[in-house]
Design a protein around this ligand. Sequence first.
Ligand code: NFE
Length: 476
Amino acid sequence: MATTIKISPVTRIEGHLDVSLTVDAVHGVNQVVDARCTGPMFRGFEKILLGRDPRDATHYTQRICGVCPVSHAMASTMTLEAAFNVAPTDNGRIVRNLILGANYIQSHILHFYHLAAPDYIDTTGILDMSPWTPRFVTPDMARGSLAAALVGHYVQALAMRRTAHQMGALFAGKMPGPFSLVPGGTSKAVDGITINNFRNLLTQLRGFIDGTFVPDAQLLFQTFVPYQRIGKGYGNLLAYGVFNQDTAGSARLLASGRYTNGQLQTVDPNQIREYVAYSWYSSASGLNPANGATQPQFGKANAYSFIKAPRYQNTVHEVGPLARMWVNGDYRYGISVMDRIVARAFETKKIADAMDGWLNQLQPGGPAYNPDTTPASATGIGLTEAPRGALGHWIKIANSKIAGYQIITPTAWNASPRDDRGQPGAIEKALMGTPVADLNQPIEVLRVIHSFDPCLACSVHMVRPGRNAQRITMTA
Ligand code: NFE
């Protein structure tokens, strides 16, 4: 008999995600036969930005999320550069890459040790305390030396994340919420002392990535063999590319590309549409974000999320480290829970190693930014990558003010609801077919969801409610 499970909220993610599942026996095995992902809070940054100075976008959009503010700063800065018709200086481009790289390292370590690993280890007798309890304890969890090692590394990883923040702040002013990304480059001048200090911290982080993070991810991969097949989903992957290697942005450390129906192909932003048939919006469905709209309508019939449904040529795509590594040929083993986890670790190494080389390319005393002026009217697109995947900002400027701003975040791609054709989103599809051994402890479901590293604050761009805000309680 079919059973309905609602996980509300899913914990060890950023923001608020509700997942409703139908579990039924198929060939004698209980498994997920239907899944719905709900982003239950409206944020509306697109509306907050209207009428403001275009340069404010960099600072406002960073407040979407404390985990990936640098990516929003980068996307908005690139959007403004396109609208202002200015390119960054070499120093500006490299400094921005270094700040973004510091944020990727911090975010990927956070995901593995603090968000995902607790799904796989039973710490009973090792640490019987918060944050390890209360929790699911299932027979397949690792115990003994692997559990003890990951608990130890969990604590070490907290210090490594602080180190990554310190490193980024050397060029960013502070982390999170950097000040120094500006159209045309960076407001931080480059000097030899900062380069040396950055390299010292990067060397510590590279030691942890090479000696601890990558081996731990590989060990998890080898230990949880069934999860090399669970959670595949559609198998379509999309990346805009990130870490520009030249000022034109034509060469990137992780290039743009997509893997659609088994074929590697290029990405054309004109083919992106956002659908809202199942989202709480009254605005038109199927718009390209260059002409997008964000008009909330909570309670709309059939809708179940504040996340829109972004699609590329009507096709659902997964985004994230696995997508980036796959389209670049760095990782092609498979598409599954474990592949997402190990590709994220391998990507961290790739970026950290490249960062050491970027430090050598900086020119102390060289120009930090190219000057620009705000045009009366213009449009711009900034396509980059956040740690969780493809991130795009679109701007329309009229009378030198923001007349339109649209954001599609990685988690909107991954945690979207159905689109107008009824196609489930990437996580919804990945959940379908997932076996559930114990209906009271659906750990398998959490492992699939966590492998995407979702961030709901990003995907619905929420504002903190004021004193007079209404609390709305929803039931599925
Ligand atoms: Ni809030 Fe974010 C990343 C962005 S996820 S963490 O990475 O953009 O949608």
